[in-house]
Design a protein around this ligand. Sequence first.
Ligand SMILES: Cc1ncc(COP(=O)(O)O)c(C=O)c1O
Length: 447
Amino acid sequence: MENLIELDKKHFIHPTSSIQDQQAKGAKLIVEKGEGVYLTDTKGDTYIDGMSSLWNVNIGHGRKELAEVAKQQMEKLAFSSTFSTFSHEPAIRLAKKIADLAPRNLNAVFFTSGGSESNDSAIKIARHYWKIQGQPERNKIVSLKRGYHGVAAGSTSATGIPQFWEMAGHMMTGFAHARTPYEIGTKQSIESIREVIEAEGPETIAAFLAEPVQGAGGVLIPPQDYFKEVRELCDAYGILFIADEVITGFGRTGTMFGIEHWQVEPDLMTFAKGVTSGYLPLGGVIVSDKVHDVLKEKSVGTLFHGFTYSGHPTAAAVALKNIEIIENEGLVENSRKMGEELLKGFQRIKGELNIVGEVRALGLLGAVELVEDPATNKRFSSDLGVAPRVIEALHERGVICRSVTYDQTDIICFSPPLVMDKAQVDTVIERLHDAILSVQQEISIKS
Ligand SMILES: Cc1ncc(COP(=O)(O)O)c(C=O)c1O
């Protein structure tokens, strides 16, 4: 067999990776198989998948039921278009199922192949909504700093992490970013959104877009009253509210959708990832009755927006089976319970080690911040690379996690499969303790 590392270097351009690291060191891990919360590489080493890969493998790896459903659907009808009102049973049934699960005002679904396409679609649906009502100038999107919405044109621009705009030189016009409660507290953050809306001109804003919990920004859980106030602000200006549930959907935070924690109903809601647990690519936008009614009444002729794989029958059949497993195995409840255990473990570690700052979790979505001085929240110099060192130390101990280091933060993120049990949570906590302790000793020796 040819050397996979050499072939990878020569032919495979990896997404969101350092090309120079790849060339110097080769692929970090060549994963061969997955089972439950575990991944095994080609060397036979097994890791706990502390991120559900990309926050998406909610029901865990290796579920044969999904392979079986995909096989059956492919044999019957692998693919067929949904353009020009062609339809098929898997997409119809999945749209109905998602409408049943979503907050009660959201009852119609536009399908895509992933999260970025979903956010671009939501942005375009919001603009279309205003345009067909004679307000084409309402086309701007306000979102939050540290928010992540994907890498398509609109979703990159809505993303509030500048490195993603800079990669290709600039972002699109018509996007503005307000500050997060993480940086400045709830009231000021709501004020920051208001200031951005006022500065841009309220009559030019189509929608406000935010994740219920900012994921890639560092698992930033908003304060209790935040989304209630966001909803009130959007209503006061007549602006649509789009909730990006790409990570938080399908049980991740201990409720079916993240926004349920705050009893707020968005006008549009985007999803992807957990809808199929990553077994096949699928995403979409759930549309409220308010928006759907306007589309039904005023969207004349063809809606010029659609992806080849909008409503892919095999992906839809897999999504239906995945949701059935989430419901039958009580995985939303397990996410809530195991999330509480994870948080208790984080708190224990915080009590034992002196570089642990804020710890947080909502369901199985959590984070641990590393700081030089927890009393004052003084952050480490970014040159020290504290969070990446902890990630490396965790990797050596058989746990895969992810660090966030934007704006001089050192955050370790956790988003394990929702099938995780208490013994596995304890193992993660034990290894995290050892990993942080080893880095704490390393940096104190060096300083
Ligand atoms: C909140 C959120 N929105 C959108 C996306 C983009 O999804 P995709 O990578 O499937 O295009 C992601 C991906 O991580 C995400 O976390």
